[in-house]
Design a protein around this ligand. Structure first.
Ligand SMILES: [Fe+2]
Length: 280
């Protein structure tokens, strides 16, 4: 529990994720409520608001609280005519590939991956379709000082064509795996523009090589870092959705993983909040 005045907050873990109740996100919020939400967001990176009745328009307004909403660059639209900023993910679990079934941050094949995502579950498959989140501040902090110093200031190549994840695309993507002309260089250790904290910024869905190292050296270090993220439950939380759950998550400080294996329609609306170019 927390001492916020505008809502009740229950952390999922000490480092990532919190459930917020006692606030109606479909209505304009007071400055105090916004200030408290931003404070909780900086601490937990994932805020889950169950039981919300949010229209697509109201969802865009929630995104506007966190920055400038952008039209999705990869996903098809929920309602192109009336809500051009709202993306759609709709799968029933029977597909070969569930969107997001690897540890990743979204859109790292672009120069400015979005900062935050406002996601709403319209239809739940019942059991399953959860999302795992992993805290990249924790991943950075778990590295030894010499390893932190080795990685700081280095960059890595990120693209959408050379990883096994990016090879599997499906009807939810509008760019159909369109190749980025060149791999994009992002810092291996990134400074979060709001919290000022350092975090690990490589993942197996997009990152292919650390610049300046031989491929063998780079593969060894990247594999170590990917395994660190995948095998440390103390960095992670598991978010269980229900129809009517609104989630805001930080695409900078987190990696996420869409858990496959559900049976039944799962329909999500998503609104992206514009991000800056990552820097060290
Ligand atoms: Fe994703």
């Amino acid at each position: 529990m927390s001492d916020y005045q505008s809502f009740t907050l229950e952390p999922f873990t000490r480092v990532v994720g919190a459930r917020i109740t006692g606030i109606d996100m479909s209505k304009p919020l007071s400055d105090k409520a916004k200030e408290e939400i931003f404070d909780a967001y900086a601490k937990y990176s994932v805020l889950s608001f169950p039981g919300q009745d949010i229209s697509p328009g109201a969802q865009v307004e929630v995104a506007r609280m966190f920055g400038t909403p952008d039209a999705p660059r990869k996903f098809r639209l929920y309602d192109e005519k009336n809500h051009p900023l709202v993306g759609l993910i709709e799968q029933d679990g029977s597909e070969d590939f569930i969107v997001g079934e690897a540890w990743h941050s979204d859109n790292m094949d672009y120069e400015n991956p979005y900062a935050s995502l406002v996601m709403y579950q319209e239809v739940s498959p019942g059991v399953g379709g959860d999302t795992l989140f992993s805290c990249m501040y924790s991943a950075y902090n778990a590295l030894s000082k010499p390893m932190q110093e080795f990685l700081e200031g280095k960059t890595a190549l990120n693209d959408n064509t050379r990883t096994s994840y990016s090879a599997k695309l499906n009807k939810n993507y509008t760019d159909k795996g369109k190749e980025t002309p060149d791999a994009v260089e992002h810092p291996v250790i990134r400074t979060h523009p709001v919290t000022g904290k350092k975090l690990l910024y490589v993942n197996p869905a997009f990152t292919t090589q650390i610049v300046g190292l031989s491929l063998g050296e780079s593969d060894a270090i990247l594999n170590y870092l990917f395994n660190l993220v995948a095998t440390r439950p103390d960095f992670q939380c598991r978010h269980i959705w229900d129809a009517g759950t609104l989630v805001v998550w930080d695409n900078r400080s987190l990696q996420h993983y869409a858990v496959p294996g559900y049976k039944g329609l799962r329909r999500m609306r998503r609104v992206e909040v514009r991000g800056d170019r990552p820097y060290y």
